[in-house]
Design a protein around this ligand. Structure first.
Ligand code: ZN
Length: 252
């Protein structure tokens, strides 16, 4: 079946697959893609109980984004890949003594699997290839997450080459947040969807490693103490204090 007869965009068409977790960053990436591409699909990865809250945010956020302008017409199906069993098995064997020390020092979750984004991008490319989507959009960011080597720009560029060689495709891996800090990510959301999108991200998305959603802070839900909450909180404060400066980071 050719792309034309399947109803999918032909190769080179403006279709995108967004790695969408239900958090602040990937929601901003999804909005970014919806402003640019005629057909946008999402993929999520289930990788353990710790992220159950974040996953539960995905469908409500998708529904809400569909209410913005023409985004509803552009937003296609969601794909959920269950990886909890396989990743927890890898995580358990990876938790050597050295790994535990690195985990504590970098503030990464205990279930962190080295190179996890490489696995996600490989799965995403397989889905994008099957769906005829050329662009793969992810919220990887080098500015605030230097502890994750698989978030680095060089890693993503190398991955794009590897996926295109290995799958005989011309995928484009796009990371709109790569050089933004958290304040600039809020500014980008505001530019894409105004106060309404900022409020949606503030109240409907989830970032907290501990999965806490008991209290709504001015920056959103979360424990307020884990590294993800601290970044989100600090970014919100910097953006609110000086929106123009934060947007300036985005303009650079
Ligand atoms: Zn937290």
């Amino acid at each position: 079946m050719t792309p034309e007869t399947s109803g999918l965009p032909a190769e080179g068409g403006e279709g995108a697959l967004v790695l969408f977790s239900g958090g602040q960053d990937s929601t901003t990436c999804l909005a970014w893609a919806l402003t640019r591409y005629a057909r946008v699909e999402t993929v999520g990865f289930e990788y353990g109980q710790r992220h159950a809250v974040e996953l539960a945010c995905r469908e409500p956020v998708r529904q809400a984004l569909g209410g913005f302008g023409n985004w509803g017409e552009r937003l296609g199906p969601d794909h959920l890949v269950g990886m909890a069993e396989s990743l927890s098995a890898i995580g358990a064997t990876a938790l050597t003594r050295e790994m535990e020390i690195a985990t504590t020092a970098q503030g990464l979750p205990n279930t962190f699997v080295p190179g996890r984004n490489l696995l996600f991008l490989t799965y995403a490319a397989a889905i994008a290839g099957r769906r005829g989507l050329r662009r793969i959009v992810g919220g990887m960011c080098e500015t605030d997450y230097s502890g994750y080597p698989d978030c680095r720009d060089d890693t993503i560029k190398a991955m794009q080459v590897a996926l295109n060689l290995g799958m005989a495709q011309r995928f484009l891996l796009e990371t709109p947040l790569m050089w933004l800090d958290k304040a600039a990510t809020w500014a980008l959301a505001h530019r894409l969807g105004g106060d309404r999108l900022v409020e949606l991200i503030r109240t409907e998305t989830h970032t907290c490693y501990r999965g806490e959603r008991a209290a709504l802070h001015d920056w959103g839900y979360g424990c307020g103490r884990c590294p993800a909450c601290e970044l989100r909180q600090a970014g919100w404060a910097r953006w609110r204090a000086n929106p123009a400066a934060a947007a300036g980071v985005y303009d650079r």
